[in-house]
Design a protein around this ligand. Structure first.
Ligand code: 0RQ
Length: 502
C-alpha cells in the first residue's frame, strides 16, 4: 500500500477496482473526475465496463448516466462507450467511439456550458447523483483530498453524491500539492462575489474538504493520464497565428491593449497551440492566462518568461509535456493555478479580468454566427465546452479556424450556420489563414465582405452568389438577408456529393 493514504479511517476502505465497481449499479448517476485527458479515474471505468459486459452477456440491463468535468480518455469514456455502459452523458466529450454512439442515437448527450455543469448537478437539475469517482494525488491525515492533474467538477460531485469512490494515483506528482486553489460558490440565496480580481489571485485552500463518511471504496492506481499529442504546427496554422497576432497588434495600435496587458483564454486544439507558438516570438510580455486548460504552448510561454501566470482547471498536455509537468511540478506550481471549473470558467470573473477569448469553430456564417459543435447541424463533434462561458463574457471574443476542412470538401465559411452556439451578438473577431474579420460595430450586411474574405478562394464566388440571391428578387428584408430556399445548399451538396462545392 502506498503512503499516499494518510487517513487511518479511509485506509480501511482500500479494495480492488472490481470490488469497488460493485457499488456502481445499473441506472446510477455517476460523477467522474477528469477534464480533457487529465485527472480522470483510471481503474473504475474498465471495472464498470466489465460489469456492463457481464450483465449484457447474461441478458440483463446495465448502463449508467455519466457526469464528468469535460472529455476524458480512451481508457475512460472509450472503454465505457465500447461496452455500451453509458445511457446518457454530460458535458463536453471527444472520444471517437462515444461520438459514434451519440450520433447513431444509442446514447444521450446533454451538451451544457462547463461553468453551469457543477452547480446544476448540485442543485438537482439532473436528479440525485448516486456515486462520485474521483482521482486524487493524496489523502491527508484529516481525510482532505489533494486533487490530481485536474479539478473540474470534483468538489460539486463530492458534495452531491451519496457514495464516494476515490482513486489514489501514485503516477501523479506529489508536488502538485499547492497548485490547486479550491473555493466554492456558496449556495443560493447566500451567493457572494467571487473574490478574484486578477488571474493569479489565490482565494481558497490547496485541498478539498468533504464528508468522508460517504467513502465506500478506495482504489490505488499508478497510471499516466492519456493525452493526445498535438499535430506539428503546419503552414496554415502558422498563417492563422500570424493573423491573430496582427489583430492583437491592431488592438495595441488602437490603444485598447498594451504589450504587457494581454490576458489570454485559449481553447484546446491544434490551431490554438500554434497561436501560442506564435506568441513566443511576439512583442507581448507578462501574458496572463485565465483559461480552462494548460496546453503545451502555455508551458513554453512560462518557460520562456513570457507568461507570468496561468489559471485553469486542468492540464491538456502531450505525453512528453505531461512527463515534464510531473517532473517539475514544484517549479510550475509557482505560476500555475488549478481551480474548480465553476471558478475557472466563471462569467463574473471572466468579465472582470478582461480577457481575450480565442476558440476554434466548425463553421461560421457570412453574418458571424458560429457553430462550434454540430457538423451539418446534426452530428456532434465534441461539444460547446467552455467556449460559451468565455465568448459571451470575454472583453473581446475571437474564433480561429482554417478556411477549409476535409481536404477542401468543407468550407468553414457558409451562407447560414447549420447550428448556432455563438450568435452574431457574441462573436467579435473571426480569423482564418486569409486574414481577420473584425465584426465589431458592423451591421450584419457590413460583415459579409469581411467574412467572405476569410473563405478559401474556391468558395468565395459561391458565397458571393448566395449573398446576391439573398439581397435580390423576392427577398425584401434587409437586416439579415437570406434566401431560405438555398441557405443550406452547401450542406445539402456535402451530404449528396461529398463536397460543399456542388
Ligand atoms: O478532424 O483531424 O479528423 O480531419 O475537426 O479540427 O482544424 O484540427 O482544429 O483541433 O482546433 O478543433 C471546433 C473541433 C476545432 C474544436 C473544433 C474537423 C477537422 C478535424 C479538428 P480530422 P482542427 P481544432 C475549450 C473550448 C468546441 C469547444 C470549444 C472544438 C477536427 O475547437 O471542439 O471551443 N471546439 N471549447 O477536420 C467537419 C467541419 C469541420 C470539421 C473542423 N466544418 N466539418 N469536420 N472539422 N471543421 C475546450 C473545452 O472546453 C474543454
Amino acid at each position: 500500500m502506498s503512503d499516499r493514504i494518510a487517513s487511518e479511517k479511509l485506509r480501511s476502505k482500500l479494495m480492488s477496482a472490481d470490488e469497488a465497481a460493485q457499488f456502481v449499479n445499473h441506472g446510477d448517476k455517476v460523477g467522474f473526475s477528469g477534464f480533457t485527458g487529465a485527472g480522470y479515474p483510471k481503474a473504475l471505468p474498465t471495472a464498470i465496463a466489465n460489469r456492463a459486459k457481464e450483465a449484457h452477456g447474461a441478458g440483463n440491463d446495465y448502463a449508467i448516466d455519466l457526469f464528468t468535468g469535460a472529455s476524458t480518455a480512451p481508457d475512460c469514456d472509450g472503454v465505457l462507450a465500447e461496452a455500451d455502459a453509458i445511457r446518457w452523458r454530460m458535458p463536453y466529450a471527444s472520444d471517437p467511439i462515444m461520438r459514434n454512439k451519440i450520433n447513431s442515437g444509442s446514447m444521450g448527450y446533454s451538451d451544457i456550458h462547463l461553468s453551469h455543469s457543477g452547480q446544476q448537478v448540485e442543485e438537482g437539475f439532473f436528479g440525485q447523483l448516486n456515486v462520485a469517482v474521483i482521482e486524487v494525488t493524496r489523502i491527508t491525515e484529516d481525510g482532505h483530498l489533494i486533487p490530481s492533474s485536474s479539478v473540474g467538477n470534483n468538489v460539486e460531485w463530492l458534495n452531491a453524491a451519496e457514495k464516494v469512490i476515490l482513486e489514489v494515483n501514485s503516477w501523479q506528482s506529489e508536488n502538485l500539492e499547492g497548485m490547486h486553489d479550491i473555493w466554492s460558490v456558496p449556495a443560493l440565496p447566500n451567493r457572494i462575489a467571487v473574490p478574484i480580481n486578477k488571474a493569479g489571485d489565490r482565494i481558497g485552500k490547496t485541498y478539498i474538504e468533504f464528508d468522508t463518511d460517504k467513502v465506500v471504496a478506495i482504489v490505488e492506481t499508478n497510471t499516466p493520464d492519456r493525452n493526445a499529442p498535438f499535430k506539428p504546427v503546419d503552414d496554415i496554422s502558422k498563417k492563422i497565428a500570424g493573423n491573430f497576432l496582427d489583430f492583437l497588434e491592431g488592438e495595441v495600435a488602437a490603444g485598447r491593449l498594451s504589450y504587457d496587458g494581454y490576458v489570454m483564454q485559449s481553447g484546446v486544439g491544434n490551431v490554438p497551440n500554434a497561436v501560442m507558438a506564435g506568441l513566443l516570438e511576439s512583442k507581448f510580455e507578462n501574458i496572463q492566462a485565465y483559461t480552462e486548460v494548460i496546453q503545451d504552448g502555455m508551458v513554453d510561454l512560462i518557460d520562456a518568461g513570457k507568461m507570468t501566470v496561468a489559471s485553469a482547471t486542468s492540464f491538456s498536455l502531450s505525453p512528453e509535456y505531461a512527463e515534464k509537468m510531473n517532473n517539475d511540478a514544484k517549479r510550475y506550481r509557482e505560476s500555475i493555478i488549478l481551480r474548480p471549473q465553476q471558478i475557472s470558467n466563471h462569467p463574473e470573473v471572466i468579465r472582470r479580468v478582461g480577457l481575450i477569448a480565442t476558440n476554434g469553430l466548425i463553421e461560421a456564417d457570412i453574418y458571424g454566427n458560429v457553430n462550434s459543435t454540430n457538423v451539418s447541424g446534426s452530428r456532434v463533434m465534441n461539444g460547446i465546452g467552455g467556449s460559451g462561458d468565455f465568448t459571451r463574457n470575454g472583453y473581446i471574443s475571437s474564433f480561429i479556424t482554417p478556411s477549409e476542412a476535409k481536404g477542401g470538401a468543407i468550407s468553414a465559411i457558409v451562407p447560414f450556420a447549420s447550428h448556432i452556439d455563438h450568435t452574431e451578438h457574441d462573436v467579435m473577431v473571426v480569423i482564418s489563414e486569409y486574414g481577420y474579420a473584425d465584426l465589431r460595430g458592423l451591421a450584419p450586411r457590413e460583415r459579409v465582405a469581411k467574412m467572405i474574405g476569410l473563405a478559401h478562394p474556391d468558395y468565395r464566388p459561391l458565397l458571393e452568389e448566395y449573398y446576391a440571391r439573398a439581397t435580390s428578387g423576392d427577398n425584401k428584408y434587409m437586416q439579415t438577408p437570406h434566401d431560405l430556399a438555398t441557405a443550406f445548399d452547401f450542406h445539402i451538396n456535402l451530404a449528396k456529393n461529398g463536397s460543399m462545392k456542388a
